[in-house]
Ligand binder design. Structure first.
Ligand SMILES: NC(=O)c1ccc[n+]([C@@H]2O[C@H](COP(=O)([O-])OP(=O)(O)OC[C@H]3O[C@@H](n4cnc5c(N)ncnc54)[C@H](OP(=O)(O)O)[C@@H]3O)[C@@H](O)[C@H]2O)c1
Length: 267
C-alpha cells in the first residue's frame, strides 16, 4: 500500500465528479489506488467516466446521481456512503451564473449558495468526524481566484468562492491537530466543459486557461506535501495573486478584475 492510500484511502467521495476538474480528480485518485464514489446529476456522464476508470485501474467505483442543491442531500449522501471508510472528500461542483447581479433572479442566487456553500458544509459534517476519530484523512475544497476579491458579473459566485477559501483555512488549522489535511485548491481559468460553455470561443484564449489535469495534479501534490491551507494552481495565477494582493489597492484590484470579466463576458 502506498503513502497516498494509507493516508487518504480506501474511499474518496467526489462531488461534481463527471466532468472537467472533477473527472480528473476521479481518474488521478483512481490511479493512486483509491476507490471512488462519484456524485453528479447526469447519470450518463457519470456512468461513462466510471466505466473508463474501471477499465484502467483495479479500484472499485460507485456512482450516485444526486443534485447537491437537494434539501435532502444530507440523508442521501449518508445513504450513498453507508459504512464505507472515507479517507478523502473532494467538493468540486459549482453553480455559477455570469451576468449583472440584478439581471439574475433571487432563486438563482440562492441556488448558488445551496450548491457552492451549503453543499460543502453538508459533506464536511457527514464525512470528516470519522476522519478525526481515525486521525487521518483529507479534504479538498475547489475554490477560485474569483474568491480573492469582488468582481462585477460574477458577484455571487465570487463571494461563494471566498466562503470556500476561508472555510478551508479555518478547518486546516482545526483539523491538522487530528491528522486531517485540508486544502483549498484555488484555480484560475480552466478549460472545463463549464468554462467552454460560458466563455465565447474567440475570447477564451485571453483568459489563459489551464488544463484540468494540470490543476488536479498540482492540488494532489499540495495535499500530500501538506502545502495547505491554500494552493493557487499555475505559475501565472500565483504571479497575478502577488500583483493583486501586494501591489494593487483593493479598489484597484476590484476594478481591474471587473473590467477583465466584462471584456470576457459582456454581451
Ligand atoms: N473552470 C474554471 O475556469 C474554473 C476557474 C476557477 C475555479 N474553478 C472551480 O473548479 C470547480 C469545477 O468547476 P468547473 O467549471 O470545472 O465545472 P465542470 O467542469 O462543469 O464540472 C462540474 C461538475 O459538477 C457537477 N454538478 C454541477 N452542479 C451540480 C449539482 N447541482 N449537483 C450535482 N452535481 C453537480 C457536474 O455534473 P452535472 O452537471 O451532471 O451535475 C460536473 O460533474 C468549481 O469549484 C469552480 O469554482 C473552475
Amino acid at each position: 500500500m502506498c503513502y497516498f492510500t494509507e493516508r487518504y484511502g480506501p474511499w474518496v467521495v467526489i462531488a461534481g465528479a463527471s466532468q472537467g476538474i472533477g473527472e480528473q480528480f476521479s481518474h488521478q485518485l483512481a490511479a493512486k489506488g483509491l476507490n471512488i464514489m462519484m456524485i453528479a446529476r447526469g447519470k450518463e456522464a457519470l456512468d461513462k467516466v466510471a466505466s473508463d476508470i474501471r477499465q484502467q485501474y483495479p479500484v472499485e467505483v460507485l456512482t450516485a446521481s444526486l443534485d447537491l442543491a437537494d434539501p435532502q442531500l444530507s440523508a442521501k449522501l449518508n445513504a450513498f456512503v453507508g459504512e464505507r471508510e472515507v479517507g478523502l472528500m473532494v467538493y468540486n461542483a459549482i453553480y455559477s451564473h455570469i451576468g449583472e447581479f440584478f439581471a439574475d433572479d433571487l432563486d438563482s442566487k440562492k441556488l448558488c449558495l445551496d450548491v457552492n456553500c451549503k453543499g460543502p458544509l453538508t459533506f464536511l459534517q457527514a464525512l470528516v468526524p470519522p476522519m478525526q476519530n481515525r486521525k487521518r484523512g483529507g479534504v479538498i475544497l475547489m475554490s477560485s481566484m474569483s474568491g480573492f476579491q469582488g468582481s462585477a458579473m460574477v458577484t455571487t459566485y465570487a463571494a461563494s468562492k471566498a466562503f470556500n477559501t476561508v472555510l478551508a483555512e479555518g478547518l486546516w488549522e482545526e483539523l491538522r491537530h487530528y491528522g486531517v489535511d485540508v486544502l483549498a485548491c484555488v484555480a484560475g481559468a480552466t478549460r472545463t466543459p463549464n468554462f467552454n460553455r460560458q466563455t465565447p470561443a474567440d475570447k477564451a484564449g485571453s483568459a489563459f486557461p489551464m488544463e484540468p489535469a494540470a490543476v488536479v495534479s498540482e492540488a494532489l501534490i499540495a495535499l500530500e506535501k501538506g502545502q495547505g491551507p491554500t494552493r493557487i494552481t499555475g505559475r501565472m495565477n500565483r504571479f497575478v495573486n502577488v500583483l493583486f494582493s501586494r501591489i494593487l489597492s483593493r479598489k484597484q484590484a476590484v476594478c481591474f478584475i471587473s473590467r477583465a470579466t466584462r471584456r470576457l463576458y459582456a454581451n
